[in-house]
Design a protein around this ligand. Structure first.
Ligand code: C2E
Ligand code: CA
Ligand code: CA
Ligand code: CA
Length: 279
């Protein structure tokens, strides 16, 4: 028994050390990736439910890893958050997204908006509003064309300082969205407590919205809440025409999802712009 115990311990120890080493490797690699230009942004269209036209995009980060291939956020955002590297990743993402937006807004007739995901760790950083201000000034992007997406978990242990940050951002004129709405525990409290402009209905409610009356009731309630509180509602993860028909009937203003387009490289976006009206 003693032997087994000991060997079990060794296995556990080795596994732990392996995981730890992998994390440290990821951290070191990520540090180089930020400076070495290995991060990329894909853009997913946000579409007006009624007109069917793209009104904006959400920037979604990817890492072109030299040996592991193209990595999605699930492979590195958690490590970035734990190590604090998310502050640098987030600054790069916001800068690149605003630079890209300035390009697109120079196209006649195009007035796209840009949504950018912001993690808790970035919000806690007292320098964050200053970073946002500097990036907006440098890229000459209208603050109200930019929407920062926050998750409920990011706001869960919001301190007075976080609230002050959100209010400072709102005064700058950037819009604030509550992402993955409905998946946390205190969604309604957050709407009351923070200066939110947009709620994004989580994909988990949209998936079965056409078949499950409970999901439909939840989406309808969020859409109604949005109208009463003057919030824009965006349904996430719309994959079928049937889902779109239902969220349209329930009153969501905008949607994202594979039905219109998956996240795409920047070069693909202009072709999806509504064609300018001919006179
Ligand atoms: P999110 O903000 O909820 O982004 C939506 C995710 O749903 C994206 O995954 C997108 O590719 C995926 N998606 C879009 N339409 C559909 C659909 O119709 N069906 C399905 N099944 N999925 C769809 P992605 O790009 O892997 O991003 C995952 C998460 O990583 C994001 O969830 C966001 O929380 C985080 N993330 C992405 N970029 C950044 C970033 O720059 N900074 C931070 N802090 N987090 C980021
Ligand atoms: Ca998001
Ligand atoms: Ca989301
Ligand atoms: Ca508001």
């Amino acid at each position: 028994a003693k032997d087994r115990g000991r060997s079990g311990y060794v296995v556990f120890d080795a596994a732990l050390r392996g995981a730890l080493e992998e994390r440290q490797q990821t951290e070191a690699d990520l540090r180089m990736a930020i400076d070495g230009g290995q991060l990329r942004l894909l853009y997913q269209p946000v579409v007006d439910v009624r007109s069917g036209k793209m009104t904006g995009v959400e920037a979604l980060v990817r890492w072109e890893h030299p040996t592991r291939g193209l990595l999605g956020p699930d492979a590195f955002i958690a490590v970035a958050e734990d190590t604090g590297l998310i502050v640098d990743v987030g600054r790069w993402v916001l800068h690149e997204a605003c630079r890209q937006l300035a390009d697109w807004r120079a196209i006649p007739g195009a007035s796209l908006t840009m949504a950018v995901n912001v993690s808790a760790r970035q919000l806690c950083d007292p320098g964050f509003p200053g970073v946002v201000t500097a990036i907006l000034a440098e890229t000459e992007v209208d603050p109200d064309a930019v929407c920062l997406e926050l998750t409920e978990t990011a706001l869960l242990d919001a301190t007075e300082a976080t609230i002050a940050t959100l209010e400072a951002l709102h005064r700058l004129g950037v819009r604030l969205a509550l992402d993955d709405f409905g998946t946390g525990f205190s969604s309604l409290t957050f709407l009351k407590r923070f200066p939110i402009d947009v709620v994004k209905v989580d994909r988990s409610f949209v998936r079965d919205v056409a078949a499950d009356p409970d999901d439909a009731a939840i989406v309808a309630a969020v859409a109604k809440l949005g109208r009463s509180l003057h919030l824009e509602t965006v349904a996430e993860g719309v994959e079928t025409a049937e889902q779109l028909a239902v969220i349209r009937r329930l009153g969501c203003r905008s949607f994202q999802g594979y039905l219109f387009s998956p996240p795409r490289p920047a070069a693909d976006i202009p072709a999806l712009l509504p064609s300018p009206r001919r006179s």
